[in-house]
Design a protein around this ligand. Structure first.
Ligand SMILES: [Zn+2]
Length: 149
């Protein structure tokens, strides 16, 4: 019976037996995944790879990895997943540089804000001081400033 068969058996027009190795990883609705994997690796290689993994969890991850690698190869036949890795590394590097720049700006503006707060505190203290009518200018004159000569 082809009806109810996994994607692999359906594609090969074979009867899907209860012990079908590929049924778990390529159910009928995963036909596209199966076709990609089959085109890139070949059905026998996929079976061999899956059989070489003993742990069931690892075998699941292996099947998912084969599906992903086949998709990458379909999208980029020359570099496959390496193209995505290179792109992600380049994005990562650009984001690291941006983060460094943002941290530098943050440090600068924090310093500016601190200095601004210090200035405001000094101004507030000067305003409270009964002796000073206005902020002193630093050449010793009090009042109009240094422009009045
Ligand atoms: Zn099957």
């Amino acid at each position: 019976m082809v009806n109810g068969a996994c994607a692999a058996c359906k594609h090969q027009r074979k009867r899907c037996r209860p012990n079908c190795l590929l049924a778990k990883y390529f159910p009928q609705e995963k036909m596209e995944d199966f076709l990609n994997v089959q085109r890139i690796f070949g059905v026998n290689n996929v079976k061999q790879i899956l059989l070489s993994v003993n742990n069931e969890d690892d075998r699941n991850i292996t099947a998912q990895t084969l599906v992903m690698e086949a998709q990458f190869r379909r999208d980029n036949p020359v570099y496959g997943s390496i193209a995505m890795k290179n792109q992600l590394e380049a994005e990562n590097e650009a984001l690291r540089r941006e983060l460094k720049l943002v941290q530098k700006h943050l440090k600068f503006w924090r310093k500016v804000a601190e200095e601004h707060i210090q200035m405001k505190l000094i101004e507030a203290q000067l305003d409270k001081c009964p002796l000073s009518l206005s902020a002193p200018d630093f050449d010793g004159d009090v009042g109009e400033g240094s422009n009045s000569q």
